[in-house]
Design a protein around this ligand. Structure first.
Ligand code: HEM
Length: 496
């Protein structure tokens, strides 16, 4: 904990990479916290997308002082900021097998999502990825569209009801999107046991917020053993989540064992259980899935798969509400291609890939407000990256938000909403990476895109919307980039 970071610091300093002076144990965490609390203490005056200084003030300050490459300390973990796109590409593509999630990241998520795909490393990650990835491809992926359409119809109905019953046409769309994406992932994972799934995910959301609060104290080793209020609550929530998950798993196993069913089911959980059974039969227990890992995977997919998409949808609605011309263009495209000019109520899922304007708007939304604002990865071996020697143990910190807003990479209008920039498909990889890149990119990318397009298309075909006078533009980072006070929009049914 002491000698390795010092060795890393020396190696980097010899290569001209410097940074702010760290304090014992907490490193630069307190400096970052103080800069962020100052920059986010006020709302943004107008709806400006120039948000890097607000959300990453430490990046702005240190890159101005120390240059593009600088090193800072997240507690006892040294992190090097990397913004050069060719080096990022090389790092994510070439070194994915010898880099991964650091001890600190794993420790922060241990009680919450455990060692599922998102937090796994090395061979363990490789085997998990090969089990999970097929669930998000081809026909399997298409089979989830039914859940998405069904849940979205319910959400649209509840929006209509809220408008009928309420005094005003204002709704906070973020809360609707959060509930909708949680419903969708809950059905995709647990199909028939979906109501119990919702209960599990409610507890998991509580667990996530407790872990986030406790992670502020996780800057030094051993802190998770303190019998603090957070740690006690975290343990009891974790036990309750796992008890409910075990109940679902056990009932599936019982059905197969007494011969009532020949498989564990077609949902995500069924697929993981079938895979575990296959491994058992072939006697390959080395990388087989055990029950703890299946539970961790269920939690991981819920965590990684609902909030990110809900945030993407919420910011996209805000952008369309403030850009009526684009809203109209997207509506026209959706009505023609997906709803056959209102002759059908059900969207034709096969046409989703033809919605180019909607895809451009979604891309622009993820460029301006990338749900994952930074990508941290640790080097597990010494490596050569361009002209740099990266020592084992150094974390590479990729500030996705800053790269997405860079004038050098996107031009003078980098902070403006202009979906037209995505009209040509040839944008350099390394400068647009909402889903990361390389072998360790987002496994649910295609699922998220299908879900986002279906939900936005169905919403825009039913309602027109403008931004409410009550909306206060105040993006903040709480794991993802969130609107602090939600996004209030005025909805108007298109066919009252
Ligand atoms: C707009 C929506 C989404 C965004 C922007 C997003 C973004 C990302 C990013 C940036 C990563 C890399 C994180 C890292 O390595 O530090 C990632 C990984 C991951 N995502 Fe997503 N994601 C989205 C939706 C989903 C969905 C819908 C699912 C599943 C249902 C999902 C499951 C995962 C998993 C399991 C990983 C870990 C992959 C691995 O390490 O091999 N994501 N996502």
């Amino acid at each position: 904990y002491c000698l390795t970071p010092r060795r890393i610091k020396k190696i980097m300093e010899r290569q001209g990479v410097r940074g702010p002076k760290p304090r014992p144990l907490t490193g630069n965490i307190l400096d970052m916290a103080s800069l962020i609390s100052k920059s986010t203490s006020y709302d943004v005056n107008s709806i400006s997308h120039d948000i890097v200084g607000r959300l990453l003030p430490h990046y702005v300050a240190w890159s101005q002082q120390y240059g593009k490459r600088f090193i800072y300390w997240n507690g006892i973990e040294p992190r090097m900021c990397l913004t050069e796109t060719d080096l990022i590409k090389e790092f994510l593509l070439k070194y994915s097998s010898v880099s991964g999630k650091s001890w600190q990241q794993q420790e922060g998520c241990k009680y919450f999502i455990g060692r599922g795909l998102l937090m796994a490393n090395g061979q363990d990650w490789y085997h998990q990825r090969h089990i999970v990835a097929p669930a998000f491809m081809g026909d399997k992926l298409k089979s989830y569209a039914g859940y998405m359409v069904e849940c979205t119809k319910e959400m649209l109905q509840s929006l209509e009801n809220a408008l009928k019953m309420g005094q005003s046409s204002d709704v906070e769309i973020g809360e609707y999107m959060r509930r909708l994406t949680a419903d969708i992932i809950s059905r995709t994972e647990f199909d028939g046991s979906y109501e119990k799934g919702k209960q599990i995910f409610h507890l998991l959301t509580l667990l996530q917020s407790r872990c986030a609060q406790a992670s502020r104290h996780l800057c030094f080793p051993g802190s998770r053993y303190f019998p603090s209020k957070y740690n006690r609550e975290i343990k009891s929530l974790k036990m309750e989540v796992e008890r409910l998950l075990m109940e679902i798993i056990q009932s599936r196993k019982d059905c197969v064992e007494i011969g009532r069913s020949s498989s564990y089911g077609n949902d995500l959980l069924g697929m993981l259980l079938n895979e575990m059974q296959k491994k058992k039969i072939s006697g390959n227990n080395g990388f087989g899935l055990n029950l703890q890992l299946i539970m961790d995977q269920c939690k991981t997919l819920f965590f990684a798969g609902h909030e990110t998409t809900a945030i993407l949808l919420t910011w996209t609605v805000m952008l369309l509400a403030t850009n009526p011309i684009w809203q109209q263009k997207v509506r026209a495209e959706v009505m023609t291609l997906l709803f056959n000019n209102a002759q059908t109520q059900n969207p034709s899922v096969d046409q989703l890939s033809k919605l180019t304007l909607l895809q451009m708007v979604i891309n622009e939304s993820m460029r301006l407000y990338p749900p994952a604002s930074v990508l941290p990865r640790m080097a597990f071996e010494d490596m050569k990256l361009g002209d740099l020697h990266i020592p084992k143990g150094l974390s590479i910190w990729i500030p996705v938000l800053a790269i997405h807003h860079s004038e050098e990479l996107w031009g003078k209008d980098a902070n403006e909403f202009n979906p037209e920039r995505f009209a040509s498909k040839s944008f350099t990889p390394g400068r647009f990476m909402p889903f990361a890149a390389g072998p360790r990119n987002c496994v649910g990318q295609a699922f998220a895109m299908m879900e986002a397009k279906l939900i936005l298309a169905m919403l825009i075909s039913k309602f027109s919307f403008t931004i409410s006078e009550n909306y206060r533009h105040a993006p903040v980072v709480v794991l993802t980039i969130k609107p602090k006070y939600g996004v209030q929009v005025c909805l108007k049914p298109l066919n009252p």
